[in-house]
Unconditional design. Structure first.
Length: 145
């Protein structure tokens, strides 16, 4: 089996997984003003939320994986973004948007949204290749829809 992601029925997962996703949704849509309020409303501890928040995400639709959002912490050096775009191009994914914050202490957060088309089978391979690029200190898949 290739890839590191699985689609599973939430009924087989521990209940805290769904609660972590619900807390994230509440923070995103403003139902909860902060993490303390969100975890209290869903009934989990803050430590549970922090432990799983980057690993549990709701997927609105898994039938067609067409778009992916990738966040990277990029050193402010010539050629780093070019190297990332070159890898994306190699995998034949189209870039929808690139959002880059101004560099602070020589690093900038960059979020790239990709159009995967119908073929997202090589996304894990592409992310692994991007993680090896010199000048990136963090690469994270934010979501797929």
């Amino acid at each position: 089996m290739s890839g590191k992601y699985l689609v599973v029925d939430k009924s087989i997962l521990p209940s805290y997984c769904e609660k972590v996703a619900e807390a994230r949704r509440m923070l995103d849509d403003g139902t909860a003003k902060d993490i303390s309020e969100a975890v209290k409303l869903v009934g989990i501890s803050r430590s549970t939320y922090y432990k799983y928040r980057n690993f549990v995400k709701e997927m609105s639709s898994v039938v067609y994986r067409r778009h992916a959002m990738i966040s990277m912490m990029m050193h402010h050096e010539v050629g780093v973004l070019y190297a990332v775009l070159k890898v994306i191009s190699h995998y034949s994914y189209s870039v929808w948007t690139i959002n880059q914050n101004p560099p602070v202490d020589g690093k900038a957060n960059v979020v790239i949204t990709l159009d995967l088309g119908e073929d997202s089978d090589e996304l894990d391979d592409m992310l692994s290749e991007i993680e090896r690029i010199r000048g990136l200190s963090r690469v994270q898949l934010l979501g797929i829809d």
